[in-house]
Design a protein around this ligand. Sequence first.
Ligand code: NAP
Length: 249
Amino acid sequence: MNEETIIRTAVVTGGSRGIGRAVCVQLARQGCHVVVNYCHGEAAAAETVSLCRAQGAQAVAVQADVSTAEGCKKLFEEAVNAFGRVDILVNNAGITRDNLILRMSEADFDAVLDANLKGAFLCCKEAARRMVRQRRGRIINLSSVVALRGNAGQTNYAASKAGLIGLTKSLARELASRNVTVNAVAPGFIETDMTAALPEAVRTEMAKDIPAGRAGQPEDVANAVAFFAAEQSSYLTGQVLCVDGGMAM
Ligand code: NAP
């Protein structure tokens, strides 16, 4: 197939809700086939698929737990079965298990590192193999401003998100000569289920810390992801872009 006529395929982990859903819809709008990964939310993933199709794109939902190697293998196999290739990987799936360190269990530390950091590593491995062969690809990892600033009560989460920055820069160096870019987006305080779960007092306190004076929307983050995913962004790699209304500057 001619390079120009290839319809790019995007795999978005945790695409069923929140930021992941907005990323799926934005990439669909830009003409990509979209693979919407989810872990538990089958109905939500089906809704994201419908939203992508409403943009005129092809989309499928794939259930897979990205914190396991089997899950990641299955995700990429089903993506390739559906669309024949993977050109864009967005490592968006993430969880929190907040607590002060003296009360944080080892299990909660491991669960967050497994879903947020090991999951991204495993998906990068699956993607890199295929993208290097294709001599083209875009990998975008969802980090967080807490990776740069820290956050009391989130030692596990902040460590996983800081780990993603190291992973992003190292992999960017490994893959740059193969026309595969690897970048990170670090959102600040975005209105999704994840932040809705925070106590009102914490939400109010966080909002005071945002120069823009408001929380962000999933679409604000999706725009930054789409920017890195664009064909025109081929000379941008190893970068961390904060989408945070000025919070981390
Ligand atoms: P969210 O609303 O809680 O959604 C999380 C998504 O991740 C869901 O689609 C969920 O799928 C999926 N997921 C969780 N564990 C998974 C696993 N093991 N395998 C596959 N999918 C899994 O989160 P969000 O706020 O949109 O956040 C998206 C990303 O941005 C996360 O990495 C988060 O850390 C990061 N981020 C968010 C904020 C914010 O303010 N919201 C700020 C900074 C960074 P199911 O529902 O199917 O389980």
